[in-house]
Design a protein around this ligand. Structure first.
Ligand SMILES: [Zn+2]
Ligand SMILES: [Zn+2]
Length: 231
């Protein structure tokens, strides 16, 4: 013999409702996939799609991120499936994304520092530092100062970002600083060279502006410092 608690009688009724059992045991008719669905191929037939890199190559594959058609040569396996080469590389890290205002600040600051160091280099060189030893012109130290000064200024202004655009700004600033230093050096000569004289015979006039093989090596060092900082 058993009895039911009055409050629970509706639950007991529901559990014994034959309609409810039927619903549980067999899904509704339209739940089953229609037979026709299996006849449709989930991939497009070959010939419809052409690899976006190789328009002559028919393919059945698509990148699972951007959905562009890719051939087997372009398909790159990743932990989340086949992707096109660009999507396989993933998004550009934040440190390589420099906003335009930061780039502008970097250009302004980098060029300003380069001009200041360039002028100092040119002036100090003709103020007697050049006489410190036979052919010693402090080019090495000014190159270091130019390279690190420009790189550090740009790095701070660009909030420690990196990338090719900052590398280009850094190297351009270093080169500008060097050109400014030579211009100041030239202007302080008793008989300054004209641009025509220099461009007309650069190999023979360069030594008058203290441009020698070693100077160019130091300049390359300064460029390398700027390049390395933003890699
Ligand atoms: Zn893709
Ligand atoms: Zn391809």
């Amino acid at each position: 013999m058993y009895y039911t608690i009055p409050e629970a009688t509706h639950l007991v009724k529901r559990a014994h409702d034959p309609r409810r059992w039927r619903m549980r045991r067999s899904p509704p008719v339209d739940w089953r996939p229609s037979i026709n669905a299996t006849a449709e191929s989930p991939v497009e037939s070959a010939g419809d799609l052409r690899c976006y890199n190789h328009p002559d190559t028919p393919t059945r594959l698509r990148c699972n991120r951007c959905e562009r058609p890719i051939c087997t040569r372009c398909a790159t396996p990743t932990p989340v499936g086949l992707r096109c080469p660009e999507c396989a590389r993933g998004p550009v890290p934040v440190v390589y994304q420099t906003a335009a205002p930061l780039l502008l600040r970097a250009v302004g600051g980098g060029l300003a520092v380069a001009v200041v160091i360039g002028v100092a280099w040119g002036v100090l060189n003709t103020l007697g530092l050049g006489r410190f030893g036979a052919r010693y012109d402090w080019g090495f130290w000014f190159s270091l100062l130019l390279g690190f000064g420009v790189a550090e200024t740009i790095s701070v202004l660009a909030k420690r970002k990196r990338g090719t655009n900052l590398q280009a700004i850094g190297i351009a600033a270093v080169l500008l600083g060097f050109v400014v230093s030579r211009a100041v050096l030239n202007a302080r000569r008793t008989r300054p060279l004209s641009l025509e004289q220099f461009l007309g015979d650069p190999l023979n006039t360069a030594p008058f502006l203290r441009i020698e093989l070693l100077t160019l090596i130091f300049l390359a060092l300064a460029c390398a410092i700027a390049w390395r900082r933003f890699r």
